[in-house]
Write a protein that binds this ligand. Structure first.
Ligand code: SAH
Ligand code: SF4
Ligand code: F3S
Length: 481
């Protein structure tokens, strides 16, 4: 089959930050694409972070606007799309494994169309591998041109040729892309795209391009719409939400301002992720402290407790600076819960360095963490850092020891609420027990509650009767709903 390469990603280009201002655009769907998916179904895989989940909601919006219907049965799909993640090798291995499995489906149904998008699509090496070894992938687009999906799909379906269109430079900020949201209670609201940090281990600045913030007016309009539709909670998304607005030219408006303005709109709950310690300022702390609808739950990735390792990771803060920020947050925002991300086995990390990470974890009273073994990513500086003293055995041993502490953190965080009355946003029934409701507290603790499904979508007062490591058990105490 012929391959039509419109654009393909180049690492060298992705590393560059062009001095170009943001371009804002409004999405319009070309009339000729509206019936492309009539009587056709799609199956969508989503891997990776909340940013990718949010992108998938746009992909769904676009496909349904083109008259495709979702299916949850892979074997019945006319179109299969994989929205992928490249953060660690195991994330990519999963996708390649699944693509291998799909070869069979394609043999059974030669009309099946398979597409791939997301961060893996932005990798030069992945594109080469897909083009040579995965003939079953029909089209590929990247993180910067989701709005081109209708055109790409149209061309793939009408020309019967493979189609690659992945930009190596940041795309425009496109507003008004249709969205089909997963939940009608909680919504993702991206406020900025990209990342300019270039932590030496991380692929995100290459796959997502430079930092670009959405205009405040568009964010406010989206949140007002969500309130009207009855949404109770929004989560503001960005790889570094604290840097929101730093890219604006000619006017000043930052994350603290945005928090203050959004809080006034009256949505019940506002969350945000991910925070970068470097850009977390006093205005933001004040906003969280003074607004009862901004939740007291902060995810603040530290990555390591050793200054030497932090420096090698290009994290731009010291352990001491991190601790003083955490102390300030605890002092200013009573009742706050802080969680973090940690990487173990980064090249040059000695046993002493690792012990500093353990000590920092205790010192900061984290109530949970996502923990990872360092994974080499092609194209990043740390790809060529070599340290033979860190064997797989050492990596797993450190991860295990860290996780013991992290689990204690989860338990300690949950025990704080035993016998207390907390507000829980009821999201649905528990996966394993259909007669049990589940929801999250303001501090983002999972609670299971025996109760009636009439509470779904409501915020209720709950008395916590038991605290386990991963969840709380509660009883609804007010029945005014
Ligand atoms: N922008 C966010 C993180 C996004 S990636 C931040 O800086 O906080 C989520 C997490 O994945 C990171 O915090 C880091 O802990 C982990 N991670 C990123 N690259 C990794 C790699 N190459 N190997 C292992 N873990 C990695
Ligand atoms: Fe990756 Fe660092 Fe950017 Fe987070 S801040 S996305 S870890 S480069
Ligand atoms: Fe993965 Fe890309 Fe998100 S690499 S974590 S999907 S930004």
């Amino acid at each position: 089959m012929k391959t039509n390469i419109i654009n393909s990603p180049k690492v060298i280009q992705e590393r560059k930050r062009l001095d170009k201002n943001n371009v804002f655009k409004e999405f319009v769907l070309d009339e000729s694409y509206k019936n492309l998916g009539k009587d056709k179904t799609y199956y969508l895989y989503t891997y990776g972070c909340q940013g990718n989940e949010s992108d998938s909601e746009k992909i769904r919006g676009l496909l349904e606007e083109m008259s495709f219907t979702i299916t949850y049965d892979l074997s019945k799909a006319d179109l299969i799309l994989m929205n992928t993640c490249a953060i660690r090798k195991n994330a990519e291995d999963k996708v390649f494994g699944e693509l291998g499995r799909l070869k069979q489906l394609k043999r059974k149904n030669p009309n099946l169309i398979i597409g791939l998008s997301g961060c893996m699509a932005q990798e030069e090496s992945v594109i080469n591998k897909l083009l040579t070894k995965y003939q079953n992938v029909d089209f590929i687009f990247g993180t910067h041109n989701i709005d081109s999906l209708p055109k790409i799909l149209y061309n793939t379906m009408s020309n019967i040729e493979r189609y690659v269109d992945v930009l190596s430079y940041e795309g425009d900020i496109v507003e008004n892309i249709p969205i089909v949201r997963e939940s009608n209670i909680k919504a993702w609201v991206p406020i900025m795209y990209g990342c300019d940090e270039f932590c030496t281990y991380c692929i995100v600045p290459y796959t997502r391009g430079k930092e670009r913030s959405r205009l405040k007016e568009n964010i406010i309009k989206e949140v007002e719409g969500l309130i009207k539709e009855g949404y109770k909670e929004i989560t503001l998304l960005g790889q570094n939400v604290n840097a929101y607005g730093k890219d604006f030219v000619g006017f000043k408006y930052d994350f603290g301002d945005l928090l203050n303005d959004l809080s006034k709109l009256g949505i019940e709950r506002i969350r945000f992720t991910t925070n970068n310690p470097k850009d977390f300022d006093d205005k933001q702390i004040e906003a969280i402290k003074n607004s009862s609808n901004i939740m007291p739950s902060i995810h603040l990735p530290v990555q390591s407790g050793s200054n030497k390792v932090l420096h090698k990771m290009n994290r731009k803060y010291t352990k001491e600076e991190f601790i003083s920020l955490v102390d300030k947050i605890y002092k200013e925002i009573p009742n706050v819960s802080i969680t973090t991300d940690i990487i173990v086995g980064f090249p040059s990390e000695t046993e002493e360095d690792f012990k500093e990470t353990l000590d920092l974890f205790k010192r900061c009273n984290f109530e949970g963490a996502y923990t990872f073994i360092f994974s080499k990513r092609e194209g990043t500086p740390a790809y060529s850092y070599i340290d033979e003293s860190i064997t797989e055995e050492v990596q797993y041993d450190r991860l295990y020891r860290l996780n013991e502490l992290v689990n204690e953190g989860y338990k300690r965080g949950n025990l704080r609420f035993k016998d207390k009355i907390v507000k829980v946003l009821i999201e649905g029934t528990s996966k394993n027990q259909p007669d049990t409701l589940m929801g999250y507290t303001e501090n983002n603790k999972l609670v299971n509650i025996k109760g009636d499904s009439k509470y779904i979508g409501k915020i209720v007062n709950v008395k916590i009767v038991d605290a386990k490591t991963w969840s709380l058990d509660g009883e609804i105490i007010d029945d005014q709903n």
